[in-house]
Structure formats: structure tokens, C-alpha cells
Design a protein around this ligand. Structure first.
Ligand SMILES: [Zn+2]
Length: 291
């Protein structure tokens, strides 16, 4: 269609780089490639540019990154990518390679933007979005606008303390939620080689795998309860690879929330699975790029 506004979004993940092109708020194209972060930051940035250029011309570009960046486009902490990213300039090579301005966004915020605007949060007024993958992130959307906080630092849901004297986390704290409920942590607790394998075993009734997912759900529910009693959102959207476990995760999550958030009006707070699937980050990046 002539004259449609084309928004390009790229999502740099630990295993894959995903692409979405939106036209008038609808995804018209998608693509992906392997991240292969073992090749180092330069190769990964080149892969992002190459995938983006393959989508043709766009009116705006947003790129979701798996961690924190400063206001000048330098990476601060990308814990789930190999190689030395900290302090590396990432905005300039992307803008140079793509030949136009690029807006960076944290991947948790990209997920939240997409789900709040076009996914399971549509129509909600205060929407908490949580994305559970290798790491756990998220964002809070208030009447459709994302609460970013200074330097976009809001929404680090995975670094809730859930065990006061728990093991050390890459963030410097101890006992963070993602050490128990991230996909790698669940795989380890299930003694499985990967999260997908753990999920398959749990579906087949393997007790250790079921327990690993139950415990993850319980702790996510605990962290959700802590936020819910303060904010009283009308919707809590939970997505990411870990949420693919469905009721194996959501049943203990809801039970834990109900057991703890006694003072919240839970009958008016819907806890719902995300609906956009693994492409949400790229869609949110595209929305952010045009914002
Ligand atoms: Zn942490």
C-alpha cells in the first residue's frame, strides 16, 4: 500500500535476532537469524544490520537489546550475551549500518510495549507485563504509555529479591527471582539440558521437572504479589519462553499470588498469558522506534 508508514523493529536476543515490520500498526513482515554471540559484539552488530537492511526501507527503526544501555548508546550490562559488551558503543554502528536514526529499547520494555498496545494488555489501564526467558524483565504500561523511569531503568522484574540469603546474581544482589525462575535456572533445577527439555519432561509427568516449574511459578507469583498490593493493576501479562509451560507455571503462580496478596482486589486483576509470542520484542522495538 502506497504511503503506509513502515516501522522496522529488531530484537537482539541471546539465541536469535528477530525482525518485525509494522505498517499502520500491523505486522506485515517478520524474519530472524541466529545471534551466535560467541563470535563477539562486532559480528553480532553486523548481523543486526544485515537482517534490518534485508527488510527494505523503513520510516523508523527501533532495536531491542537484552540489557541496559546508557543515554549515549553504550552497552552497560548484557548478561546473557557472550563477549565483552560493557562500555561498547552500539548505537553508532547500527545507525551507520542502517543509514538512519535508531532508537534503542530494553527488551523487557519492548515486550511490554507490544503486549500492552497490541497483545494481552490491550484495553487495560494499568498493565504489568513480565517476560520470563533466560532473564526476566518487564514493564508497566499506564493508559498505553510505558513507565520507563530515569535512563529507562524501570521494570527489572527479575531482580526482585525472593531469597534474602540466596546465591549471588550478576546484578550484584543475592537471591534474585531470575536465579530461580529464568529458563536456565528451571532447566538446572529439573536436571535437564535445556528449558525445552525440562518442559517436555514435565508434560510427561517427570516429578523433578514439574517441581522446578512449580517452584518457578510460586516465586514469580510472590514477586507479582509484592508489586500488585502496591499498584493494583487491572492486568498482569506473563510471557516469554517460560510462560510456554502454561498451567504448569500459571497454576502455582496464581495460587502464590492469592496466598500472599490478601489485601488486593484480585477478582478485578486478571493474570493472563501474553498473546504475541516470541515476536513481541521485535514488535515492541518497532513501536518504540516510531514513538
Ligand atoms: Zn539480580
Amino acid at each position: 500500500m502506497d504511503g503506509a508508514v513502515r516501522q522496522l523493529g529488531l530484537d537482539l536476543g541471546g539465541t536469535k535476532i528477530k525482525l518485525a515490520v509494522l505498517e499502520d500498526g500491523r505486522r506485515v513482515s517478520r524474519d530472524e537469524t541466529e545471534t551466535r554471540s560467541e563470535d563477539g559484539p562486532e559480528a553480532v552488530l553486523e548481523r543486526l544490520v544485515e537482517l534490518g537492511r534485508g527488510a527494505g526501507e523503513a520510516d523508523s527503526v527501533g532495536v531491542a537489546v537484552p540489557g541496559l544501555v546508557d543515554e549515549d548508546g553504550n552497552a552497560l550490562l548484557f548478561p546473557n550475551l557472550r563477549g565483552v559488551w560493557t562500555g561498547r558503543q552500539i548505537l553508532a554502528p547500527l545507525e551507520e549500518g542502517l543509514g538512519q536514526p535508531v532508537r534503542l529499547v530494553n527488551d523487557g520494555h519492548a515486550f511490554a510495549l507490544a503486549e500492552a498496545a497490541l497483545g494481552a494488555g490491550m484495553g487495560g489501564s494499568t498493565v504489568m507485563c513480565i517476560v520470563c526467558g533466560t532473564g526476566i524483565g518487564g514493564g508497566l504500561a499506564l493508559d498505553g504509555a510505558l513507565h520507563l523511569g530515569p535512563e529507562g531503568r524501570a521494570g527489572e522484574f527479575g531482580h526482585h529479591t525472593v531469597a534474602e540469603n540466596g546465591p549471588p546474581c550478576a546484578c550484584g544482589n543475592h537471591g534474585c527471582l531470575e536465579l530461580y525462575a529464568g529458563s536456565r535456572a528451571i532447566a538446572d533445577a529439573a536436571a535437564a539440558p535445556s528449558f525445552d527439555e525440562a518442559l517436555e519432561r514435565a508434560r510427561a509427568g517427570d516429578e523433578r521437572a514439574v517441581e522446578a516449574l512449580r517452584r518457578a511459578g510460586e516465586l514469580i507469583g510472590l514477586a507479582v504479589a509484592n508489586v500488585v498490593i502496591f499498584l493494583c493493576p487491572d492486568r498482569v501479562v506473563v510471557g516469554g519462553g517460560v510462560a510456554e509451560a502454561g498451567d504448569l507455571l500459571f497454576a502455582p503462580l496464581r495460587a502464590s499470588l492469592e496466598a500472599r496478596a490478601r489485601v488486593a482486589p484480585l477478582e478485578r486483576i486478571a493474570v493472563v498469558p501474553a498473546t504475541l509470542g516470541p515476536g513481541a520484542g521485535a514488535i515492541g522495538a518497532a513501536l518504540h522506534g516510531a514513538a
